[in-house]
Structures are given as structure tokens and as C-alpha cells.
Design a protein around this ligand. Structure first.
Ligand code: UAG
Ligand code: ATP
Length: 490
């Protein structure tokens, strides 16, 4: 594509050189720069891309987009913009010919529930025969194609590339998680959102490399409702009215507690071997009865979101109902049948809010005991260690503390911090088994009739991060399945 075409939608100043270039890719990591690419220098958390401009030039790149003054080399084109992250986003939209304009884009934001809601919508649309893609923490799925993601919301260039790939696969719909960092880092600038969904909000991702304050975190998420045409808000969240404030979209609401545009009532839990689910009735825009084969009152929120979007899109109601009845999301309230005596659930709960919801929800099924197998990541926010320990104590649950991406920290040290946060809980309520597979075996070996074993924090993930960020293969699901196999053969 010609450089002038790529720059069409941004304000820039040509510092040196000319715009007569044919461009084959946009690059924001100098290590990937080659001939016929533009290098966009971005100031990051750990490094400043401007320091690598000469490396990019050395590797053959002849066009540089920057926001700071640097010493220019002869024969190279330098283009100055006020914000290179935003420029990359708009240039990427142009480079890939605005794929979001050709898709119905559904964006989901909020502290928890993004992955679950996005994948529920994706599953229902797919089952209804629609061509749909999804982008989020669990990766990119386009029909049968899969690609891993490094971020919940990929960098703008990747995002537009993926959306173009979706169009290549004839997708009409794109469901995507939109993280607060995505707004902060301009990853979704220029994306044409049709629907925006707000799940809930609680303090998270606040720290030196993420958000400066809760207000900044919240205001980043609010931006979705400036960009989308229709916004759907969880009326039960205490931040709902603040999130709706200044929204430029048409507003719809959902609730499980009060009347809203779409609301759930008469929520009933059910449990049978290998299944923990929920039945509910809806009022407002849709009046019907539904079954969801996933545990958790909170999943009714995710189901309401999916019902609203799929019915707005025009999916046949019987198809939605059928698909919802058997939707399962990897690592999100995933029930694995090991024994008729007790229930095993793998769940991605990894912060205070999610621990509270999963523990609350599981208690409603009136289990004998709740045993949580989990750990907390090394070199990451210590708040989550405290919040999780407090939640275990509040709910009088049992904890088998173990590894969860310990990085350069000792699993036993992290466990001690969690135990400290458990406060008054007596020491027969917890134990430490450092190897995660052994911890799962330990919990399952000690399970009693009607116990619920919650394996928390890693969800769908298939790796463990050790010292020096070295990743080794590890999966909770494989550990549980291996236990089941061993005990079948025993
Ligand atoms: C801390 C953080 O947010 N980092 C993100 C950021 O990296 P960065 O730009 O700060 O990277 P950097 O290492 O400082 O480098 C700055 C620039 O120099 C370039 N560089 C660097 C070295 C070199 O030799 N040559 C070179 O050109 C880099 O490519 C980069 O463009 O921009 C990258 C591209 O978009 C992201 O992949 C990366 O996410 C990291 C992996 C991350 O963990 N991010 C988290 C905080 C995040 O975004 N999380 C949200 C979910 C949480 C939420 O709900 O908000 C998410 O969407 O994933
Ligand atoms: N609507 C909800 N309300 C409260 N808790 C929820 C909700 N949906 C899911 N959860 C809980 O939060 C955990 C994380 O859910 P999910 O992965 O869907 O959220 P997320 O927003 O994608 O999180 P993250 O951005 O951290 O990846 C689940 O495993 C479950 O325990």
C-alpha cells in the first residue's frame, strides 16, 4: 500500500524525506524491521522505541514515525505525530482497509466476565451457523482457526490484522474483550464498535505498570461507550450510573435484582454428577425460561449479556436457548467429572472479586466443604494474595496452597503471605503442596462426599511461568484428567 494512503487519517508533519513509498508492513518492534516497512517508535513501560530507530534503519527500514525529536539520518523519511500509539492505531486501520467497518463488532469491558461473556456470545453465534470470530484472553478463534494472544486486547496492528483475517474467513461478527489497558494504550482507536457491554467494575490492574488510580482505570473502560452505537450496562453494579454517564450510545440495561431492559428472576441452582448449573426466567425484552450448564449466579449476568446481543443480532430464539443450555467455556466454571461423590471445578478466579463470586456461588449449592487449590503469581500485585487469603477465611474454605507462575519468588514465601492474610483461620484449614499437579492429587485424594474442589487461577492456561520468565507446559485440566485416569486403572 502507498504510504500516503496509510497516513490518510492522521495529522502529521513531514520532517524529512518524501511520502513516495510502497509499504508492506507497519512495525513497532525494531527487531522485526525490514525493507519496505514503516517503523513506529513508541515510548513504552520498559523501553523507548525512539532509542531503536537507528537499529530499524540499519535493518532496511526507510520510513520512521516518531513523536520526539531525534538526530535524523540522510535519505530516511521522518514523520512526526503527537502520539505514536494513536498514529499506529489509525495507520493500522487504513493499512488493513478498516476491517471493523465490515464486521459487526461487539466489545466487552469490565473487571471480570469479559472472557466468559465474549466466548458465550461466540459459541451461540457459531452454533446458530453464523461466521464469527472472537478475540480475548483465551486467544483468537475464527471458525476452526486458533491463534494465541499475548494481551487480552492485542496491539492495534495485530487487532486490525486479525479482523482482516476474520473477513478473509467470511466472518460477519467479531466479539472482542476490551481491556482498560487497550484504551490507555490506544489499541482500539479507530475501531467501529456496534455494541459495547459493561460487565462490572472493582479495583484491579492498579499499580506502577498499569493504572495510576481506580479513577483512571474506570475512565479508560468508560471510553467504550463513547465509541459504540448500543451500550448494555449491568444495573446491579454500583458503578453502573457512573459508567453510563457521558455515554454517547443508545443505552440498555440488564439486572438479576430489579427490572431492567432485560432481567433475570426465579434463579434456581441444580447439581447432578458432573454438572453444576442454573435455571432462570427472564423478563423485559425477552420472556422465557433458560438453563445454563455452568455454575454460578454470576454466570446469569454473562448469560443475559449473550441473550441480549444474540437476539439483537436476530438469531432465532430457539437456537439461542438450545446453545445456551450446553455452552461451556474452557477454564471458566469448568466442571470436570471425576467422581459422583464430589465436584471438581476449574476456574480462572485470580483476584479478590472473582474469589468472592466463585466462593459465594459454590456455597449456594450447599456443599460439605469447599477446598481451593491455588497459588498467586510471583512478581505481580501482592494485593491479590491478601484478598484471596481473606476470602478463604471469610468463607471458612480449605486451601491447598501451591504454585501459580511463581517466577523468581519461592512458592512457600507466597503461600506464607496468603496464610498471613487468612488471619484467624486455624491451621487445619490449609496446607502447602508446592507442585501444582501434586496439590490437585492431594485435594482429590482427601475429598469427602459432597465436597467441592475449586482449582483456581490458571483456568485455560497451558503453561507455568518459572524463574527468568521461563515457561513450561502445565495444565490444570490435564492434571485432573490424569488423576481420573490413574484412579480408573487403580
Ligand atoms: C506493561 C505493558 O502494558 N506493556 C505493553 C506494551 O509494551 P511496551 O510498549 O510498554 O513495551 P516496552 O518493552 O516498554 O517497549 C517500548 C517499545 O519499544 C519497542 N522496542 C523494544 C525493544 C527493542 O529492542 N526494540 C523496540 O523497538 C517495543 O516493541 C515497544 O514498541 O505494549 C505492548 C504492545 O501493545 C504490549 O504487548 C505490552 O503488554 C504487556 C505484555 C502486558 O503485560 N500488558 C498488560 C499490562 C496488559 O496490557 N494487560 C491488559 C489486560 C489487563 C486489563 O484488563 O487492563 C491486556 O489487554 O492484556
Ligand atoms: N459476570 C461476572 N461477575 C462476577 N464474577 C465473574 C463473572 N464472570 C466470571 N466471573 C468470575 O471471574 C473469573 C474470570 O472471569 P473471566 O475470565 O470471564 O473475566 P475477565 O474479565 O476476562 O478477566 P481477566 O481480564 O482477568 O482475564 C471467572 O473464572 C469467574 O470466577
Amino acid at each position: 500500500m502507498r504510504l500516503t494512503e496509510i497516513l490518510k487519517n492522521i495529522d502529521y508533519q513531514l520532517l524529512q524525506g518524501n511520502l513516495d513509498h510502497k509499504i508492506e508492513a507497519l512495525i513497532y518492534d525494531s527487531r522485526k524491521a525490514v525493507k519496505n516497512t514503516v517503523f513506529i517508535a513508541m515510548d513504552g513501560v520498559y523501553a523507548d522505541g525512539h532509542q531503536f530507530i537507528n537499529d530499524a534503519v540499519e535493518q532496511g527500514c526507510q520510513v520512521i514515525v516518531l513523536e520526539k525529536d531525534i538526530c535524523m539520518q540522510k535519505g530516511i523519511t521522518y514523520i512526526k505525530v503527537s502520539d505514536t500509539r494513536s498514529a499506529l492505531a489509525h495507520m493500522s486501520c487504513s493499512f488493513f482497509s478498516h476491517p471493523s467497518h465490515e464486521l459487526t463488532v461487539i466489545g466487552v469491558t469490565g473487571t471480570v466476565g469479559k472472557t466468559t461473556s465474549a466466548l458465550m456470545i461466540y459459541s451461540i453465534l457459531k452454533e446458530a451457523g453464523k461466521k464469527v470470530g472472537v478475540i480475548g484472553t483465551n486467544g483468537v478463534y475464527i471458525n476452526d482457526f486458533y491463534e494465541e494472544t499475548h494481551n487480552t486486547t492485542p496491539e492495534s496492528y495485530e487487532l486490525n490484522r486479525i479482523m482482516r483475517l476474520m473477513r478473509f474467513h467470511n466472518c460477519d461478527y467479531c466479539v472482542m474483550e476490551v481491556s482498560s489497558q487497550a484504551f490507555k494504550m490506544h489499541r482500539v482507536d479507530g475501531i467501529d464498535f456496534d455494541y459495547g457491554i459493561f460487565t462490572n467494575l472493582s479495583p484491579d490492574h492498579i499499580g506502577p505498570n498499569e493504572h495510576a488510580s481506580f479513577e483512571e482505570y474506570r475512565d479508560c473502560k468508560k471510553q467504550l461507550f463513547q465509541l459504540c452505537k448500543i451500550g448494555l450496562f449491568n444495573l446491579d453494579d454500583s458503578h453502573a450510573s457512573e459508567m453510563m454517564n457521558q455515554a454517547a450510545c443508545q443505552i440498555y440495561t440488564y439486572s438479576t435484582l430489579k427490572e431492567a431492559d432485560l432481567y433475570a428472576q426465579h434463579i434456581n441452582l441444580y447439581q447432578e454428577p458432573g454438572h453444576m448449573g442454573i435455571r432462570f426466567e427472564t423478563g423485559g425484552l425477552l420472556k422465557d425460561f433458560y438453563t445454563l450448564d455452568m455454575p454460578g449466579r454470576f454466570n446469569v449476568y454473562n448469560a443475559l449479556v449473550s441473550l441480549f446481543i444474540c437476539s439483537q443480532i436476530g438469531i432465532d430464539h430457539a437456537d439461542i436457548k438450545r446453545a445456551l443450555a450446553h455452552v461451556h467455556i474452557a477454564g471458566r466454571g469448568e466442571v470436570i467429572h471425576v467422581s459422583d461423590d464430589y465436584t471438581v471445578i476449574i476456574d480462572y478466579a485470580h483476584n479478590g472479586a472473582a474469589f468472592e463470586s466463585i466462593l459465594n456461588t459454590v456455597e449456594e449449592y450447599k456443599p460439605n466443604r469447599v477446598i481451593c487449590v491455588y497459588g498467586m503469581p510471583g512478581k505481580r500485585s501482592k494485593v491479590r494474595r491478601i484478598e484471596s487469603g481473606e476470602a478463604i477465611a471469610r468463607h471458612h474454605a480449605y486451601a491447598v496452597l501451591t504454585a501459580d507462575d511463581p517466577r523468581d519468588e519461592k512458592v512457600s514465601d507466597i503461600a506464607l503471605e496468603i496464610i498471613h492474610a487468612m488471619g484467624h483461620l486455624s491451621n487445619d484449614h490449609y496446607t502447602v503442596v508446592e507442585n501444582r499437579k501434586e496439590a490437585i492429587y492431594y485435594a482429590l485424594d482427601h475429598a469427602l462426599k459432597n465436597d467441592v474442589i475449586l482449582i483456581l487461577g490458571k483456568g485455560h492456561e497451558t503453561h507455568m511461568v518459572l524463574e527468568n520468565e521461563v515457561k513450561v507446559h502445565y495444565s490444570d485440566k490435564e492434571s485432573v484428567e490424569s488423576y481420573r485416569k490413574d484412579h480408573k486403572n487403580a
